[in-house]
Design a protein around this ligand. Sequence first.
Ligand code: 2HG
Ligand code: ZN
Length: 474
Amino acid sequence: MTLENIQIVTQLEAILGANNVLSENSEMVPFISEPRKRFHETAQAVVMPRSIADLQTLVRWANNHKIPLIPQGGNTGMVGGQVPLLGQEIIVNMGRLNKVRQVDADGGHMIVEAGLILEHAHGVALQNNMLFPLTIASKGSAQIGGVLSTNAGGTQVLAYGNARALCLGVEAVLPDGSLYQGLNGLKKNNTGYDLSNLLVGAEGTLGFITAASLKLFPKPSHYETAWINVASPQIGLRLLSLMQEMAGNYLTAFELMPRFGIDMQLKHTMIARDPSESLSPWYVMAEMSLTKGRENIMQRCLEEAFGNKLIEDAIIASTLGHRELMWATREQMSASQSREGASIKHDVSVPISKVPELIERGCAVAEKLIPGIRPCPFGHMGDGNIHFNFSQPQGADPVAFMASAQPLHDAIYEIIADMGGSISAEHGIGQLKVDLLAQTKDPVALTMMGKIKHALDPNNICNPGKILAISKQD
Ligand code: 2HG
Ligand code: ZN
């Protein structure tokens, strides 16, 4: 039975309460427009369930009527997973399911609901003298459910792992409305298929994550943070090895940035001052998260690097403000590119040792394809994950620049394939990379994914057309 929009809205109001349903286009805008301004479809409605039981009723109803639902967190995703593709979906914003259910500091975990904002999760951990380490630039809006559904990475993966590695289990409403109960505080639990891990990174295509058990770590007593001039990504790689050798897992961040990224931020007055000491084509921002009694490890690493003639200039943050300036500069790289005009992006990874070669080959091919293009490769060098982004040539028409992107995408992804890398390191597939995934993923893996999707969601109501094309899911 198909329902008209008006009936849909009436029934949604009956299930969830009128205050929790938005259907006017003007009200839906904040939930439909997304960071990259690339996906423009409207939605039937935006709903905000207030309880897990209401969510279950909603999903059961949608399954009966074969109405597509999109689980949405803070709407910060970069690949359009959290916004409509078809125009007839109902966006289910999870923000009101945001309770902290349990904190077990001694046991090293906490159970929180999907709608909890990532920064608030950090705060809960800190109040208990613990650390939830996963952090991303959009931490003030991103929600735990979205972080897990996209298996987000960020700047601490080097030492602590990505979202998947930080999750002990989830609770989820499945496409038939049943509640999967996988929450636990266990480090070891070897009881069959890892279903929680299947839901993490599924981008809402297998159901709605409603709560998660997250790992907590002892809170570091202090941080040593440095901004280091490196002559090339190759030198950056050697510095990474040196720091890992000397500091082991205390090295928690190792981020690479080109000078261009700092210049953009100064130009658009996004930072009060340059965090670096002097000009260099590249910089590394490195951080060590240390426990009591471990002091000056960064200083010793840098002395060693100076002694080996690996580096010529570096600065260690001497105040909290200085450290914050360094982090702001790193985290605003993406936003500064948006202010500079259009940018063509690739969230890619290669084996860490191949990052310098990736940057060299990628820049060369881009400059050949689009003269004047301004490469801005930056990011999580310690994880082999580079945001291989390119800003439009100065003064170029942004629309024409974006229209010329395909040969560049093809060339970058060809290099990635050649190096055994990944077409999506941390942002996921969403709607942006569905075709690319189909072209590049192992065919057997794609078939397995399609079968899992069909088994759990035969009516294809959970985020249809994301990760897998609609024909593949049926
Ligand atoms: C980051 O690391 C984000 O800053 C955004 O993942 C990357 O805009 C981008 O390409
Ligand atoms: Zn990133």
